[in-house]
Design a protein around this ligand. Structure first.
Ligand code: UD1
Ligand code: UDP
Length: 367
């Protein structure tokens, strides 16, 4: 009999990171004699080397068995192309389960394709909610959490959301695989070089890529104003640009020539974590970066009006500042004046979330 196939579908930068701990755990259990095989499918949603290849290299991820090369496009066209490609791959591989991560279009397409072929769907990072249905990710999450057979919740609040939506029977708390990833990677950071010109310690780190901030020129202009003001009057701002944001800034047309405003191409995971560790403060609209700031005891201001990670706010590590320039600058100055804090990371698990995920998957499939 052929070994049951665990198919892992990824496509976007944060998913490569989330894949690493589970992939490592599968490899460990296979070595110990477990009778299954892993098959990684890359949808091609992210494709630049700095958005994709660098993560496979730095995290020693398995080479994808299938790369659909779907690329960028409007939501409908992109998701449809993935759906068609994934249907063929699922037909060819006949997996025992399809594992999806988070809330991207790749996740939505994989969950739909698998469910329609009657293949069990496992959603890692289930149950997150922002309460904002204008976010494309919120629609993806809600849909996938109501299709999937096993819902693996990273936090207690995510589990509560699933219970509230009537999904308790399929939901389990596992802890956060991104905390596993940081716990594993932390020890590799000591020799990682900072991008050229970044001073040691005294800088702010910024990342911006959300549709609400890049597609709305008023919000983007206010964020740029705030970062430029901080760069001129407080500390240099190190800002690796997501390609979506680089394009939006070009459309905005504002010169970005303040001396302390340091723009870079996207950096690798090791470089990003090393930058986060060294920064005095992080300003971000990223889900992953909010948590990583927390894990490195670096205070965070979130350039949004809501968050899927309320535990970081409750711990006093993260504040929601929206996209109002004066408020961002004022709260950044205030936060820089506070003494350093060590946060309690317990809400995100103990670095063993991937093992719990795989225990639940084995139980679901009677492996
Ligand atoms: C996607 C996810 C978002 C996640 C983010 C992580 C959805 C709906 N959104 O948003 O949840 O937080 O990934 O980074 O799935 N581009 C390139 N090169 C690349 C990839 C993208 O130039 O390798 C540019 C293209 O112009 C593209 C744009 O970035 O149109 C947006 O990419 P896309 O994957 O559609 O959405 P993200 O904003 O990256
Ligand atoms: N990241 C990175 N290089 C960068 C920016 C982000 O390696 O230049 C990593 C970061 O450590 C985090 C992940 O990418 O783990 C988050 O991705 P992103 O912010 O694109 O998406 P989100 O988490 O908001 O879905």
């Amino acid at each position: 009999m052929n070994a049951p196939v665990l198919m892992q579908v990824v496509g976007a930068r944060p998913q490569f990171i989330k894949l690493a701990p589970l992939s490592r755990e599968i490899a460990r259990r296979r070595l110990a004699g477990r009778p299954y095989r892993e098959c990684v499918v890359h949808t091609g949603q992210h494709y630049d080397d700095a958005m994709s290849a660098v993560f496979f290299e730095q995290l020693s991820l398995p080479r994808p068995t299938h790369d659909l090369g779907v690329g960028s496009g409007p939501h409908g066209a992109q998701t449809a192309a993935m759906l068609a490609g994934l249907e063929s791959v699922i037909e060819a591989e006949r997996p025992a389960a399809v594992i999806v991560y988070g809330d991207t279009n790749s996740t939505l397409a994989a969950a739909f394709a698998a469910a329609k072929r009657h293949v069990p769907v496992v959603h890692v990072e289930a149950g997150l909610r922002s309460g904002n249905r204008r976010m494309p990710e919120e629609i993806n999450r809600i849909a996938v959490d109501h299709i999937a057979d096993l819902l693996l919740a990273p936090t207690a609040s995510a589990l509560d959301n699933l219970v509230r939506e009537g999904r308790a029977a399929a939901a389990r708390w596992t802890g956060d695989v991104m905390y596993d990833a940081v716990s594993f990677t932390r020890r590799l950071l000591s020799g990682v070089a900072r991008p050229a010109g970044v001073p040691e310690g005294d800088y702010l780190l910024a990342t911006v890529h959300r549709a609400e901030n890049t597609d709305d020129p008023h919000r983007l202009a206010a964020i740029v104003e705030a970062l430029a003001t901080l760069a001129e009057t407080a500390l240099p701002v190190v800002w690796p640009l997501h390609p979506r944001t680089r394009a939006a800034l070009e459309r905005l047309g504002r010169p970005l020539d303040e001396p302390g405003l340091m723009l870079f191409e996207p950096v690798g995971y090791l470089e990003l974590l090393a930058l986060l560790d060294g920064a005095r403060l992080v300003l971000t609209d990223s889900g992953g970066v909010q948590k990583e700031a927390f894990f490195f005891d670096t205070p965070c201001l979130t350039l949004r009006d809501e968050t899927e990670w309320p535990e970081t706010v409750a711990a006093g590590a993260n504040r929601l500042v929206g996209a109002d320039a004066a408020r961002i600058v004022e709260l950044a100055r205030h936060t820089l004046g506070l003494p350093p804090v060590r946060y309690d990371h317990g809400a995100f698990g103990d670095g063993e979330a991937a093992a719990r995920c795989l225990d639940e998957i084995e139980a679901l499939l009677n492996l």
